[in-house]
Each structure stands twice: as C-alpha cells, then as structure tokens.
Write a protein that binds this ligand. Structure first.
Ligand code: AMP
Length: 371
C-alpha cells in the first residue's frame, strides 16, 4: 500500500504549503488515518500520545474546513475549541496551529489561568476562528460574558485522560452543555480506560476509533538505564551524570514541586544552568523557563509530571527520573520527551525491588545514531 502524502489527502493549498515549509514530508500513522475521517466530518476517538503527530492530526482538518469554506468568526465566538489540561500544552498546541495556518488568514488564540486575563479578553473580542483553552479560564471568561461557545463547529479534547486525572470532568460536562449539538468532536487520550470510554460515549456521536501504539516507539528508540544509589548520594550522582560529554539537553523529573525547586537550587549552586518548572510557578515564569530551555540558554530543566506533560522540545538527549513517577504511564510520558519523530536508538529496561535505603535514578538516553 502506498503511504499517502499530505497533497493526496486533499488539504487546502495554503495549509499543504505550510507543512512543506515545516519539512513535513509524509503524514504520521495517526495523521494518515485521522485526517480523512475528520475532513469527512466524522467524530473521532484517538488513542495516541504526544510525539505521534496528534496535534496536526486534529488541527489540520479544522484549518482545512475553515479555509475551504472561507469562514470568519464573529467577535468572541470561536468556530473551533481545543481543550487541553495544562497551560504548557495549550500554548504548544496554539504555536503548532499558528505554524500550520501561517499562510491563511485564520486567527488563533490561547487562554489559560495564572495569567492576566485582559490581553486574552482583548484577543477574543477581536474575533478568533480557533481557540485553544484550559478548562478553568475558559469557563471563567464565558461566565464573565467575554466569550460564547454557540458557534463552535469543531470541539477537540486533547489528553483527555489527563483532563480526567486533574478532576476536570465536571467542567467538561458544563462546557459541553454550552456547545451546539451538531458540532464535530474529537477526543484524544494517551490511554484507554472505563472513564475515557464513558466520556467518549457522552461526547462523541457514532465515532471512529484510531489507536497508535507509542509504547513500541519507546522501546525501539530509547536506551534506558537505572542506577541504585543511597538516597543521600542522589544529588551528587545527578551532578556527576550531568558532567558527561554526551549529556547535552536534559529534563530531570521529580515527584513534587518542592523537590524540583530544591534540586534546581543545588544545581545552580554547583554551577549548572538549570531552571525549574512546576505548578507553583507563575505562568510567566514557566513560559520563560521553557523558552530558555528551548533556546539552549539553560540546558537542564527540572520538572514535575504535570508541568512537563505533553511538552515537545527538540533535541533532548537525556531524561533523568530523579524520583520515579507514581503512575507507570507517566514513566512512558517522561521518557517520551527524548525520542521525537524520525530518529532511532535501542532499549532495555529491568525493574528491581530495592531495599528502602536505596532509591533508583533511572535515565533514558535518546540515541541519535541511525540504525
Ligand atoms: P505531537 O505528537 O503533535 O506533539 O507532534 C510531535 C512532533 O512531531 C512535533 O514536533 C511535530 O512538529 C512533529 N510532526 C508532526 N507531524 C509530523 C510529520 N508529518 N512529519 C514530521 N514531523 C511531524
């Protein structure tokens, strides 16, 4: 079977051109399956993680539909709503959509809590076709009358499992009640569960289902190791690891906000250029930390799971699990920060029961070597 190209999927020319400019040559598996279904107007349940190209899979059909119909949103009445669990993910989706729509006149904005609402309100008031939002701020601005959802034709829930984990189910139901019933809905989740199934039953109408298997991606592309270290020697071991030549761009994961701050302080004291990202930081501080990391000003990011979930940053050479995650899936999400589209490596992982005075630092290395 021939792999479809973006052109053969029939995307409007300005969107196909933008993809070309970005160097996207062929659709990823989730894209080649989801794009035709969504372009036809079907509802979709997609089981896929970050790194599979799912953002383009749900946003390209929305852009295509708005572009070919020449639609223009009324003030404060977006035509498409993309809901994401965290500010970081919302910002990232927004940036991706802006890239894909660079050659169109489609307007996009992003709203999230922890930041001044006025600039967000001003942008909404001018009119945007596509709105990317976290649930709390969305409901807040809607309640204040700065936004209405009655023109939404496309509704996407990204990382629905994380939205549920974070307790947003009530908000999702309320938001759904503000949307027109004849909209198109796509729900993406990294994992399938009873809760996701029942959310899908509630939100989706006669959906198509697509599942891509990212766990294989993890196994194929990432070399994984673990070190057994007495608790009190962990920081020294971390610093030792960071001095290795091949450690170029690193995320260090912790379980708690407090630990991420503590480790960062010690790293700074030891002369490393590190920054922490966690839920205690202001939106502005989080955005700055991410930006410095993306640009390479800082090469170490110390993060909690919630803060780092879904973040897509190119060129991360190592992920260090200074503290192992509580939930096994988070391990996969964490180490998935390394292997991004198109490169390969090797994998190996053992699990060992340890006595309580020892802890594991596990680390994942993204091998840049081609097979
Ligand atoms: P996502 O799973 O949406 O976070 O995407 C993961 C990464 O893959 C992002 O950096 C995208 O820019 C990139 N990407 C998405 N689709 C393609 C494609 N068809 N070809 C190359 N890169 C892609």
């Amino acid at each position: 079977m021939n792999t479809p190209t973006f052109a053969s999927l029939g995307l409007a020319a300005p969107i196909a051109n933008a993809l070309n400019q970005l160097g996207y040559k062929t659709p990823t598996p989730i894209q080649s399956r989801a794009l035709p279904l969504l372009i036809q107007g079907q509802d979709l349940l997609g089981i896929a993680q970050t790194g599979t190209g799912k953002t383009a899979a749900f946003s390209l059909p929305i852009l295509h539909s708005i572009q070919v119909q020449g639609l223009r949103a009324a003030k404060a009445r977006p035509l498409a709503l993309i809901l994401a669990p965290t500010r970081e993910l919302a910002i990232q989706i927004h940036e991706d959509v802006q890239r894909y729509s660079a050659e169109t006149s489609i307007r996009t904005t992003c709203i999230f809590g922890g930041a001044n609402q006025h600039p967000q309100v001003r942008r909404l008031a001018k009119g945007v076709e596509i709105l990317v939002a976290t649930p709390g701020r969305l409901m807040d601005l809607e309640a204040q009358g700065h936004l209405a959802l009655d023109a939404v034709q496309h509704f996407v829930l990204d990382e629905a499992d994380r939205l549920l984990d974070m307790g947003f189910i009530g908000d999702i139901r309320k938001i759904e009640a503000s949307l027109p019933s004849n909209r198109q809905t796509a729900l993406f989740s990294a994992t399938m569960s009873k809760e996701i199934r029942s959310l899908a039953d509630f939100l989706l109408h006669d959906p198509q289902e697509i599942k891509v298997t990212p766990k294989q991606v993890t196994v194929e592309k990432i070399a994984q190791f673990q070190l057994r270290i007495a608790n009190e020697h962990k920081q020294a071991a971390l610093e030792q690891m960071l001095k290795q030549d091949d450690v170029r761009k690193v995320i260090v994961f912790t379980r708690t906000k407090h630990a991420s701050e503590r480790i960062t302080k010690k790293l700074l004291k030891a002369g490393f250029s590190a920054n922490a990202i966690n839920g205690n930081k202001s939106q502005n501080a989080r955005a700055k930390a991410l930006d410095r990391f993306k640009r390479g000003t800082d090469w170490i990011l110390v993060a909690t799971d919630v803060a780092a979930r879904g973040i897509d940053i190119q060129g991360i050479s190592h992920v260090i699990n200074f503290e192992l995650p509580q939930e096994p899936e988070n391990y996969v999400h964490r180490i998935g920060r390394t292997a991004r589209a198109g490169s390969t490596g090797v994998a190996d992982r053992k699990s060992t029961r340890l006595n309580s005075s020892h802890q594991i630092i596990s680390y994942a290395v993204f091998c840049l070597k081609k097979k």
